[in-house]
Design a protein around this ligand. Structure first.
Ligand code: HSE
Length: 397
């Protein structure tokens, strides 16, 4: 019998317990022994099917030699960080869906895990139920990764889909996403682009082998997005989506940022709706590879956590450990990155032409919406400084 512990019994923690219970037969068949949740750490005891497993004392897990894997589903970097370090130090494998902790402290925790000869696995931290980190670091290991981008937040994609397709208000769509267990405890992290930013940092860390500090990554969410721009973009053959992007730059550096983008409708990412996420990895040998699936929710996230638990326990030679170096050198300002830009200005076409030269007009109706040629973010800002800008976004090539 293999014993595991779960820290936290919120949406993800409950999902992990459920997946391990409901899929117990398949899991046992693959591991060769039954897997059992022995202890669940909670802050407040509550009634329910897991009542007899609950403790509010982490030492009961830390000091239990039978517990081989700890699944951390607390979230944040406070108690989760503390307990992860203590569990690793006690020689237990740790599995998590905690993107904030991995983005901010992953390098250090991986180092500790290596030192203690245990695993620290976090497939569920990016893309919910989509397997993306293992394919990125293992199946695509022979590539130089030039770019990773995608829709990385289920809540915001759900909100955008409901607003655009059904005319639901932002507030109502967010309340629905919360009720479905997609949103963070504080949904500001979702709608302000911070959750996408943390996931983008993890992808960048693994893709480029170097720590990307979330503090350095510009993150813009969907709160400033207007349906006017979504509709203009739609008529012109584009969809508006919140993207996280991490790119290798020609000079050898790399960059990352989060912002709403216009995506041409021929790009399959433009059609990713509801709680679904999509991640595109561009390898120099593979070209673009796309991963698609449910990016949030109890069971998809729990599925990734449970698979990581199984990977920790499986016998045989260890897979190459995912890792990255702690130095943040090489990170460059995404303002240097060139792309076409969308603008909507309270002004005329001739003002737009005076500022940018050649433009492609999308709408003229008191205001003017247009696309520029490919220019850097810095030039887009500089050239638009005398215009009355109502909205601006990058266009994904
Ligand atoms: N709040 C996150 C989302 C959960 O909506 O994508 C999954 O990481």
């Amino acid at each position: 019998m293999i014993q595991v512990a779960i820290l936290g019994l919120g949406t993800v923690g409950t999902g992990v317990a459920r997946v391990m219970e409901e899929n117990a037969k398949q899991i046992e068949h693959k591991l060769g022994e039954p897997l059992r949740v022995k202890t669940i750490l909670v802050r407040h005891f509550k009634d329910g099917p897991y009542r007899r497993l609950m403790t509010d004392d982490f030492r009961q897990i830390e000091e239990d030699p039978e517990i081989r894997v700890v699944v951390e589903t607390i979230g944040g970097v406070g108690a989760a960080y503390e307990y992860t370090k203590r569990a690793l130090a006690a020689g237990k494998h740790v599995v998590t869906a905690n993107k904030q902790l991995v983005a901010e402290r992953g390098c250090e925790l991986l180092e500790l895990a290596r030192e203690k000869q245990v695993r620290y696995l976090f497939e569920a931290s990016v893309g919910g139920g989509i397997p993306i980190l293992h394919p990125l670091t293992q199946c695509m290991a022979a590539n130089r990764i030039d770019e990773v981008y995608g829709i990385l937040n289920g809540t915001t994609n759900y909100i955008l889909t409901r607003m655009v397709r059904m005319g639901t208000s932002f507030e109502d769509a967010l309340a629905e996403a919360q009720a479905k267990g997609y949103a963070e405890a504080d949904p500001t992290a979702d709608v302000a682009g911070i959750d996408t930013g943390r996931k983008t940092c993890i992808l960048a860390d693994l893709a480029f082998g170097q720590q990307v500090d979330p503090e350095e990554v510009p993150m813009e969410g969907i709160t400033g997005l207007s349906l006017t721009d979504v509709k203009i973009a739609h008529r012109a053959g584009y969809r508006v989506k919140l993207l996280g992007r991490a790119l290798r730059l020609p000079g050898g550096g790399h960059t990352a940022y989060v912002a709403p983008h216009l995506i041409p409708e021929e790009n399959p990412v433009s059609n990713v709706e509801d709680v679904f996420n999509a991640v595109v990895v561009r390898g120099n040998a593979t070209g673009d590879v796309m991963f698609y699936g449910k990016g949030a929710g109890a069971l998809p996230t729990a599925s990734a956590c449970a698979a990581d638990v199984m990977e920790c326990l499986q016998a045989g030679p260890r897979q190459q450990e995912s890792t990255w170096s702690s130095g943040t050198a090489g990170f460059e300002d995404p303002m240097e990155l060139s792309s076409r830009h969308y603008f909507r200005i309270a002004g005329t076409l001739s003002e737009a032409v005076t500022a940018f030269g050649n433009v492609e007009v999308l709408a003229e109706n008191g205001e003017t919406a247009f696309l520029t040629d490919s220019i850097s973010g810095r030039d887009a800002l500089r050239l638009s400084k005398d215009l009355n800008v109502r909205a601006s976004m990058r266009v994904l090539a």
